[in-house]
Design a protein around this ligand. Structure first.
Ligand code: NAG
Ligand code: NAG
Ligand code: NAG
Ligand code: NAG
Ligand code: NAG
Ligand code: NAG
Ligand code: NAG
Ligand code: NAG
Ligand code: NAG
Ligand code: CU
Length: 586
């Protein structure tokens, strides 16, 4: 009897083996339905109606393997216009699936649906999906976990378990009703949907991670907060960072992490401390210089060792001060890329396009019938090289490009600011006579030749305030060759850039009153947004777009849009004569 049983097991094992070996050869199609609808949740004391995917906050986690095709049918039963952006996914040759509202598509309007379909190749780790419509990302987000193809190992010891940890920012209002107004000060932060002990009505409703002593866990950490950078610490434990933004890093041991909105970290945590309970806490990092900082607060979750006495009081981590820029800067700038690791490509040593972009806030004259809260009675806007980006309204930018519709955008985003000045000098802060104080409102783009190598120096200014802006590039990872404080020195600082094993990102926090140098290869045709990932800065227009031209072959060219791409207008004349749009001058 026993023998027979064993025999069956062997056959079963053999079949499983067969199954595995066949999945090495063929990548899977992973298909999901997202029902977006308004639901009532109560993370704090009050019931609140919010749009959510499948009624859950955070939304469902998507698991894929590198090489898979992901298909998500999004059905909009909410009362809002939505799009879903697959944050950090390269979307190689599938830019219509990028989900950037008014850039790669018009929104999916209430009662409508749209199917996103794309391959996930050349990247592994943790990313997120989120709505790409101002403010709606607050409740429409979730984890997107990309594991190696079956049979391929991680470049670190296999963890015992993997745990998504999602940080969120919460408002006790229907945030969608704000339209494009920046959200006010938030009411709470959540960890995996729970506010925890820091708030009166959520005591004991806290995310708890149960661990076995001696085992190692892979934390897949996502900052889905709309507008806040967050420090993260675990009492009495160090972690080893192994990936940022779904690209592996040199293992980096640390006791503190900081994530800008939109960034992700994969970190190994070994339960190597005495049996007990330990707080895992977040606290905001507010980098704005010269703007009052909010009351400090720490939001916690719990690490609970199996076998620990539940009566023991959990250890607390000592959190950095809210404005601890040195700690944030040290963590962000010290990590290096895993040169030679999976999906690593050497840094190109030549540069075809050099850009220097000043970034920060500016002012816009206050409309006569309105009261504006900015300095000298004006309202805030964003500025990239003295430009404030204005979204198109009647057609997406990518359709305007693909169908050659004139009057939607201008191809004149400048490579340099119109003025060379002492960018980080605080004396300029409130000088409304200053020549870069009132940027030009425009939908301007920068066109890049297919396959060109682009270097961008992002220089944070002190106009109005110096603040860390997390700049996010759609469609690409970029190398971060260097970070610094002050004005970038093109001779001295350029010599110190890391061209060997720089970290890579899709979102980088540019230090307050500082700079970063990025490099990427424009090998993905289409229109790609580059913008501040603090959601409040989207309506300010801290945004621009790159148009990457087609390469020489159909394989390197932008395909026509899917026939059911949501439209802003139903005017058929716009779509009469699609051109093939292959750049023959290449
Ligand atoms: C969302 O809910 C629908 C049913 O309402 C279900 O079919 C689908 O699998 C769920 N999606 C995910 C990603 O869990
Ligand atoms: C969404 O709305 C459609 C059309 O009104 C309806 O058929 C469907 O049942 C709704 N689904 C959910 C999950 O509410
Ligand atoms: C999606 O929209 C199309 C076109 O309006 C409609 O025919 C289809 O039934 C919708 N699918 C779902 C699942 O709602
Ligand atoms: C964390 O790492 C630091 C630096 O290596 C070390 O001094 C400290 O003892 C470590 N702490 C724990 C709890 O392992
Ligand atoms: C938070 O506020 C308390 C009381 O005002 C203060 O003692 C503490 O140092 C502050 N902590 C941080 C991290 O700023
Ligand atoms: C910035 O743009 C504004 C608005 O177009 C313009 O008036 C100003 O001269 C520009 N600044 C510089 C330095 O060119
Ligand atoms: C793009 O650049 C890469 C590396 O420089 C090169 O191998 C490839 O052939 C180029 N592709 C095209 C279509 O020019
Ligand atoms: C929803 O999208 C449509 C098409 O772009 C637009 O006309 C409408 O104004 C949008 N509604 C809201 C509330 O933004
Ligand atoms: C049947 C159903 O749930 N229909 C809803 C779909 O979504 C729209 C917009 O929220 C509602 O008005 C319908 O009642
Ligand atoms: Cu910003």
């Amino acid at each position: 009897m026993t023998r027979l049983h064993n025999h069956c097991l062997t056959i079963q094992a053999f079949l499983i083996l067969l199954l595995f070996s066949s999945s090495i050869a063929s990548a899977a199609i992973v298909e999901h339905v997202f029902h977006v609808k308004n639901v009532v949740v109560k993370p704090l004391c009050k019931e609140q109606m919010v749009p959510a995917v499948n009624g859950s906050l955070p939304g469902p986690t998507i698991n894929v393997r590198e090489g898979d095709t992901l298909v998500v049918h999004v059905i909009n039963n909410s009362t809002y216009n939505i799009t879903i952006h697959w944050h950090g996914v390269f979307q190689l040759k599938s830019s219509w699936m990028d989900g950037a509202n008014l850039i790669s598509q018009c929104p999916i309007q209430p009662t409508n649906n749209f199917t996103y379909r794309f391959d996930i190749t050349g990247q592994e780790g943790t990313l997120l999906w989120h709505a790409h419509v101002v403010n709606l990302r607050a409740t429409l987000h979730g984890a997107l976990i990309i594991r190696p193809r079956s049979g391929r190992p991680y470049p670190f010891p296999k963890p015992y378990k993997e745990v998504p940890i999602i940080f969120e920012q919460w408002w006790d209002i229907d945030i969608g009703l704000l339209g494009i107004q920046p959200a006010p000060v938030s009411d709470a932060y959540l960890i995996n949907g729970l506010a925890g002990d820091s708030y009166p009505c959520s005591k004991n409703r806290m995310f708890k991670l149960k661990v076995v002593q001696g085992k190692t866990y892979l934390l897949r950490i996502i900052n889905a907060a709309l507008n806040t950078h967050l420090f993260f610490k675990i009492a009495n434990h160090n972690v080893t960072v192994v990936a940022l933004d779904a690209i592996y890093t040199t293992p980096y041991l640390t006791d503190v992490m900081v994530l800008t909105p939109g960034q992700t970290i994969d970190a190994l945590l070994t339960a190597d401390q005495p049996l007990g309970m330990y707080h895992m806490s977040i606290t905001p990092y507010t980098s704005a210089i010269g703007i009052p900082i909010p009351t400090n607060m720490t939001i916690t979750s719990l690490l609970v060792y199996e076998g620990a006495a539940t009566s023991s009081s959990p250890a607390l981590p000592l959190m950095p001060a809210l404005n601890d820029t040195p700690t944030a800067h040290r963590f962000s700038s010290s990590i290096t890329g895993l040169a030679g690791g999976p999906h690593w490509k050497p840094v190109p040593d030549h540069v075809d396009e050099k850009m220097f972009i000043t970034m920060g806030l500016g002012l816009d004259p206050c409309p006569s019938d309105t009261k504006c809260i900015g300095p000298v009675g004006q309202r805030f806007v964003g500025s990239l090289n003295n430009r404030t980006f204005v979204n198109p309204e009647t057609v997406s930018l990518q359709e305007a490009y693909f169908y050659d519709i004139t009057g939607v955008y201008t191809d004149d985003f400048p490579d340099q600011p119109p003025l060379i000045f002492d960018y980080t000098n605080f004396k300029l802060r409130t000088n409304s006579d200053y020549k870069m104080m009132f940027p030009e409102r425009k939908t301007s783009v920068k066109t890049l030749r297919y396959n060109s190598t682009v270097e961008v120096v992002l220089q944070n200014t002190a106009i109005i305030t110096a603040e860390s802006h997390p700049m996010h590039l759609h469609g690409f990872n970029f190398y971060v060759l260097g970070y610094g404080i002050g004005n970038y020195d093109p001779i001295h600082d350029a010599r110190k850039l890391n061209l060997f094993n720089p970290q890579m990102h899709n979102t980088v926090g540019v230090p307050p009153g500082g700079w970063v140098v990025l490099r990427f290869i424009a090998n993905n045709p289409g229109v790609w947004l580059f913008h501040c990932h603090m959601d409040a800065h989207l309506p300010y227009g801290i945004m621009m777009a790159f148009i990457v031209q087609n390469g020489p072959t159909p394989e390197t060219s932008l395909l026509p849009p899917p026939s059911n791409l949501p439209q802003c207008t139903r005017d058929p004349t716009i779509y009469e004569s699609p051109t093939t749009n292959v750049d023959l001058s290449y």
